[in-house]
Design a protein around this ligand. Structure first.
Ligand code: ZN
Length: 303
């Protein structure tokens, strides 16, 4: 009888328990884009549980939080998102999480405003595609290490060591991509893609960048955009244009058709990873692999 009463009490207390925050003793971090997920996994290692909301091929500009997402976010110990209105439809959700006293941090806070590229297309007034300059990613690595160390000071040394290892890898990455880009003459450095994700890349490596859809994929490319970009390709004898993994390919195909209809040749140079990494377990499923893949695809097609 005593046992029965205890059992009844226990089930009542379980049912009435509103705090659904995980009680497995782990530190749960929810991230948005796969670039952030990869970085936090590298720094946090086995001391944290990282769950990314957006997988391969997912467009962060258009992503809306499902009920399941909101519940995951509410139960997190920390939320790391990109910011600068990259996740344009999640801004209100993040505000709500902040009000619930969940540590909700934009990784773009790692960067000095003077190093950002301005844009009137976003409410933030800045271009949010900050990960396409490795120098920014280095600053963000240090920033994430600091966030994790503040939250879990007992693992400070561990996070520090992981960040040092990762920064070494980023240094090697920078050297590799610089060497590959150096083989492409500057007058051939013209990058035409589905949407303007590559302005930081262009600034870092002296590419002229043209995006069909403007900065955000929330607006469709119009006939005028296609004609203007087609004229640019013909004027500058651009050999190839690129699809993006997180943007429908039809706009770039329309562009190719517009150029070809004027008796000029342009090919689709490949698919670039812009606002999402590749599938987990593939080389492009990491930030470093994605960057190498993009640079190799761009340089090979434009040479
Ligand atoms: Zn984008």
């Amino acid at each position: 009888m005593k046992q029965l009463i205890l059992l009844a009490l226990l089930s009542v207390s379980l049912l009435s328990c509103k705090d659904t925050r995980p009680k497995d003793g782990k530190f749960h971090i929810i991230t948005t884009t796969s670039m952030i997920t990869d970085l936090v996994e590298n720094i946090g290692g086995d001391k944290v549980e990282v769950q990314g909301l957006m997988g391969a091929g997912v467009d962060p500009h258009l992503y809306k939080a499902s009920e399941g997402d909101v519940s995951k976010l509410s139960n997190a110990n920390m939320i790391l998102y990109s910011g600068l209105h990259l996740e344009g439809k999640l801004v209100e959700v993040f505000e709500k999480m902040k009000r619930q006293n969940i540590n909700t941090v934009a990784i773009s806070d790692a960067l000095d405003k003077k190093d950002l590229i301005g844009s009137t297309l976003f409410e933030s007034n800045y271009d949010p595609h900050i990960w396409f300059d490795v120098k920014n990613w280095e600053l963000i690595t240090v920033f994430v290490e600091k966030q994790l160390s503040e939250a879990l000071p007992e693992h400070k040394e561990y996070f520090k060591a992981n960040a040092v290892t990762y920064l070494e890898k980023l240094k090697v990455l920078k050297e590799e991509i610089e060497a590959e880009i150096a083989t492409l003459p500057e007058d051939k450095r013209r990058l035409v893609t589905a949407h303007d994700a590559f302005n930081y890349f262009g600034k870092a490596y002296k590419f002229d960048v043209v995006g069909l859809q403007g900065l955000s994929t929330a607006t469709e490319a119009g006939v005028q955009d296609v004609q203007k970009t087609a004229a640019y390709i013909i004027d500058h004898k651009v050999k190839a244009v690129f699809i993006e993994s997180s943007v429908p390919r039809r706009t770039v195909e329309a562009l190719k058709a517009a150029v070809n209809s004027k008796k000029h040749e342009v090919v689709i140079g490949g698919t670039l990873f812009s606002d999402a990494l590749g599938n987990p377990g593939t080389p492009e499923g990491t930030y470093i692999g994605m960057f190498k893949f993009n640079v190799h695809t761009i340089v090979s097609a434009l040479k």
